[in-house]
Design a protein around this ligand. Sequence first.
Ligand code: PPE
Length: 307
Amino acid sequence: MPIQAVEKFWMDGQLVDWADAKVHVLTHALHYGSGVFEGVRIYPTDRGPAVFRLHDHVRRLFRSAHVYQMDIPYTQEETADAIRDVVRANGLDSCYVRPLVFRGFGEMGLNPLPVPVSVCIAVWPWGAYLGEEAFEAGVRVKISSWKRNDHNMLPPGAKATGQYINSSLAKVEALNAGYDEAIMLNVAGYIADGSGQNVFVVKDGVLSTPPGSAGCLDGITRDSVIAIARDAGYQVAERNLSRFDLYTADEAFFTGTAAEVVPIREADDRPIGSRERGPVTKEIQATFLAAPRGEVDAYRSWLSLVD
Ligand code: PPE
């Protein structure tokens, strides 16, 4: 996705011009992946732009920082306000926000603790992550030969910048082999997640998704979809899924802030169900896409208005 310039980014407490949002090449995080981040979406609503599940994203950002012993020099409330501020400053009513907490400039070497922590909040317009047509047609996935980082390698529940080179290996392998996206197994051989999405399968009307212990991120879209599905009367199980479960599912789909809800139509060249977006996926997707736009009263509490 080519970068699109906006007006302002938020850096260490100030709004700065987009072109001035720069760091030194000796930034610690550039060398050692010592950062944690979030991805948040802003949706248009009839009351102006709204942040989807703002406080859940901020809470996860702080949890990730805690794991890596990074002290964020702002409160969660201040961070949430800063996210709203940067969206307002750019006059956008629909965009993606990328809060990034990273070890900046100060010392080199593997001990990050003496290096100052910087906080930056970037924003950019981001359309359909897996392509507009994927919402209906679905995507083709490849089970990656790369395993998801395990709990005792790089804790997968913490959204650290460095761990994403693991996801990138899988994504590139899948793209080079002619697929749209990768699904990563954990070291035990069960499905963890996509390169940047959680995975759901539907079998006999029951939804299943891997538990956090399988090494997936505790996705906020995943959580929203679980609530939407249960409210619609579906049973949802968090259980280990094998590649067999994926190959023989009636339906499967990805969830993620960037990806939103996207059907999976093929896995390793096996059609999933009828190779078309299935009825359960369609129903959940429609509710999910309506909720952040303020169109579902029951989920209005997930929205924080920018103004
Ligand atoms: N698993 C992984 C590995 C992951 O990176 C994401 C988000 C998810 C699951 C879904 O989590 P959530 O967004 O809370 O529903 N991936 C982010 C980064 C994507 C990128 O390309 O950058 C995202 O979707 O914002």
